[in-house]
Design a protein around this ligand. Structure first.
Ligand SMILES: Nc1ncnc2c1ncn2[C@@H]1O[C@H](COP(=O)(O)OP(=O)(O)OP(=O)(O)O)[C@@H](O)[C@H]1O
Ligand SMILES: [Mg+2]
Length: 465
């Protein structure tokens, strides 16, 4: 595993070296091909030269023969080596020490006469001449035996027609050879190869350097990204912590308030009951006192529910009709809407399934959202509370026709103590409490700008029973 990781880490370096090797191998292959082509050209040139030299040699040989058979005095006998060299004439000037040499072989003989009168035997040259080949390549050791550098040599071969020469035995074809060393081709190719290798290495070095630079930059960019991500996560954690702290403070506060409110509420109920006993015949007074008791009991229920939530307990769930929940919440806030001259309507889908909730608490959440809509509504406008099914939930949506809510405010709206209505007495707890209630019911609270027109849309969901 560790070896695999190590390999992966150096994969780029390995790939670079492999690519370099491939480029060099391809360059070497192409250079070798070029060298062979250059040697072929060199062979061809030697064949042409040999033909030209052989033509001159043949002409001179014929000239000598005619003198021997003619009236000219006296025949000089068999052709000596020196004479044969002379017959090559100006062709000797072609020679270049250590690079190019002209040779001639008597008919049928394996020894090749050099222009400095050495006779060097070569089976290879002889066989090629016999086979009427125009070129032949000689290996290094044979090239050396002719006095050429230790490199391959190429020879152009031409044969000269037999001429009747007195005293020449046996009759046959003279062979003229022009032999050149490939040393120069080789050294030129070596130079080319070195130049190519240097070019490839310089290119590779430049690419590697740029690659390293790019990698360093990429690493730096990744590091910045990583730090930014960490900063964001830490920021989110801080925000969550601050929120949790506020929620804890809120829970402590509400527990305290619930405790303090409990006693006066019990006193109120006790006193009302005493008064009720004294007015057995006054029906209007009894009705009014009945409402007081009802509302006090409601306050007690909500306080108990909030206390339970603050302690982290689950709400006491019962089956309830969503339409009824909406109606009771609307009843509780109706007088506020009337006072503000805002129309409040309920639009509930028919045959809505029952939901599972603590009705007093859920109604309170709806009340908080409805009151916000009322505060945001201009006189004469309308607020709609609609109820509809949404998958496993029932969805309560409150839409007003106010000036709407900015994304920034919407994001913070459910934070404890966040309020843009401080001067009007806003505590910034309405949506916090509503969200807590909804979340404890397995639902969700959202708030944002209306899409169809100016205004705000807040939604609360609660699980279907
Ligand atoms: N319908 C709405 N239209 C525009 N802004 C709204 C609406 N509902 C809530 N908000 C914004 O969200 C903020 C927080 O609302 P929340 O109900 O928590 O507090 P509040 O209404 O300011 O005070 P309170 O605790 O008395 O309810 C509001 O101050 C207001 O800026
Ligand atoms: Mg509010």
């Amino acid at each position: 595993m560790a070896a695999l990781l190590g390999l992966r880490r150096y994969a780029l370096h390995i790939a670079t070296v492999l690519a370099l090797g491939l480029v060099l191998a391809a360059a070497g292959w192409s250079a070798a091909n070029e060298r062979e082509a250059a040697i072929d050209d060199l062979s061809h040139e030697q064949a042409v030269l040999a033909t030209a030299v052989a033509a001159v040699f043949e002409h001179r040989l014929a000239d000598r023969a005619s003198r021997e058979s003619g009236t000219e005095p006296p025949p000089r006998g068999p052709l000596t080596d020196v004479e044969a060299i002379e017959l090559l004439g100006g062709a000797r000037r072609l020679e270049d020490r250590g690079e190019l040499m002209v040779l001639v072989a008597r008919p049928g003989e394996r020894g090749f006469l050099t222009t400095d009168a050495r006779v060097i035997p070569s089976m290879r040259l002889h066989a090629a001449a016999e086979a009427r080949a125009s070129t032949v390549t000689l290996p290094r050791d044979e090239a050396v035996s002719f006095g050429l550098p230790p490199r391959r040599a190429v020879a152009g071969i031409a044969t000269v027609s037999p001429t009747e020469v007195a005293g020449e035995r046996p009759r046959g074809r003279w062979t003229v050879v022009v032999m050149a060393s490939t040393a120069r081709v080789r050294s030129r190719e070596d130079h080319e190869e070195r130049r190519l290798a240097v070019t490839v290495f310089v290119a590779a070095a430049v690419v590697t350097a740029f690659g390293a630079l790019a990698r360093r930059r990429q690493r730096a960019a990744l590091e910045i990204e990583r730090r930014t991500a960490i900063a964001i996560v830490e920021g989110e954690k801080d925000a969550a912590l601050a929120r949790a702290e506020k929620m804890a403070a809120l829970a402590a506060l509400s527990t305290g308030i619930a405790h303090e409110v409990g006693t006066p509420l019990s006193v109120i109920v006790g006193r009302v009951e005493q008064v009720l006993a004294r007015v057995p015949d006054d029906e209007r007074a009894r009705q009014a006192l009945g409402i007081v008791v009802e509302q006090v009991e409601r306050i007690q229920r909500i306080v108990r529910g909030c206390l339970a939530l603050a302690r982290g307990e689950a709400p006491l769930l019962v089956r309830a009709s969503p339409e009824k929940l909406a109606e009771r919440a609307v009843d509780l806030v109706r007088h506020r809407f009337d006072k503000a001259d805002v129309v409040l309507v309920i639009r509930a889908d028919a045959d809505l399934p029952e939901v599972s909730c603590d009705p007093s608490l859920f109604e309170q959440a709806l009340v908080n959202v409805l009151l916000n809509a009322c505060h945001a509504s201009p006189p004469g406008s309308e607020v709609v509370l609609s109820v509809s099914p949404a998958g496993r939930h029932a969805l309560f949506a409150v839409e007003d026709e106010g000036s709407g809510i900015s994304p920034d405010v919407a994001e913070q709206a459910t934070e404890p103590f966040f309020s843009t209505r401080r001067e009007q007495g806003g505590s910034g707890l309405g949506l916090t409490i509503a969200r807590e209630i909804v979340t404890h019911h397995g639902g969700e609270l959202t708030i944002g700008r209306r899409e169809d027109r100016s205004g705000t849309r807040a939604t609360l969901t609660v699980l279907i029973a």
